[in-house]
Design a protein around this ligand. Sequence first.
Ligand SMILES: [Zn+2]
Length: 377
Amino acid sequence: MLLKDVIGQQKIKNQLIKTVKEGRISHTQLFLGSEGSGNLALAIAYARYICCTNKTDGDSCNTCPHCTKYQKFIHPDLHFVFPVNTTKSVTDKPVSDDFIGKWRESILENPYLSLNQWYDIIGIENKQGLMTVKESEGIIRKLSLKSFESDYKIMIIWHPEKMHPPAANKLLKLIEEPPAKTIFLMVSENTDQILPTILSRSQIVKIPKIENNDLAGYIKDKFGLDDKKSKEIANLAEGNYQKAAEIINNTEEHENNLEKFIQLMRLCYGGKMLEILKWIDEIVSTGRERQKSFLDYSLAILRKNLLISLDKSELVYLSEKESDFSNKFHQFINDSNAFQITQEINKAYADIERNAYGRIVFLDLSLKLRKLIRKQN
Ligand SMILES: [Zn+2]
């Protein structure tokens, strides 16, 4: 991960480069940025820039021995700590090192990965990831050794809010006064759950969302999209690379949901009961996940149509097909029915989730929508 591999964020990159050039690298920094902003990617690229022995003004060299090892995340002076828990194969007192192979593989493939994706990868199922006292003892041990190859020892802690308070307490002294040339880079999405004792000892590097143009340019190349499509998706993703990647993978589902939604609204408005029943047969045959995805999508498109009705269309981003449809449809969504429609869809979602009989849930929903959609302001 070179700095140039991180999507956009030129301002932050310049700021980080400057700290290295001017020799004012803070020993404890918190890279704070929302999901998909690239906070982890930036921390890794920054760590590498610090250690590269042949760096230029703008990036690491990519060829020195440090860069070569950083490229595969196997540099002996680069350490990672991240939330883990017991799994089928690691059953006793899990720590990051038990999962380091999987971690390297995962961030090599996608340094924008989310916490939930990571939990899926290691298979901790419904448990939360955490960092225990045993983890802290490991950190202290590693950092008490002399550095092996680089001048700097760098410890990247991903999601420090998952640290147990006793584990964090063990680290306080070290974080406050680390040995010379030891750097903590913590990476998190918000400060809410980070222990105040950790927070107060960290210098915060605020990472904004990725700018639309930068994101559009990146996904255009990476996924081979045309100009228009890449801009459309970057707008929808709102500066979150993870979300953009998800949208690209879900485009087909998205279009399918829109088509189904248009059909249902027309049928409900026309009150054609037999055809509604046919529509229900179809959606019920697609399985629960698809049904939930349809309801989720319905909520989103309704919200957008309400905003258009309220003359707030500048807040709404629609794909071309959605826009064609919403041009007329928004007249049917207003102050007096939007809340109830939303409630009914939410209820249907909850019912599907707890395994209620799909045919009844959708029949019930259609009957309500039939009434609500004709309700005028
Ligand atoms: Zn280098």
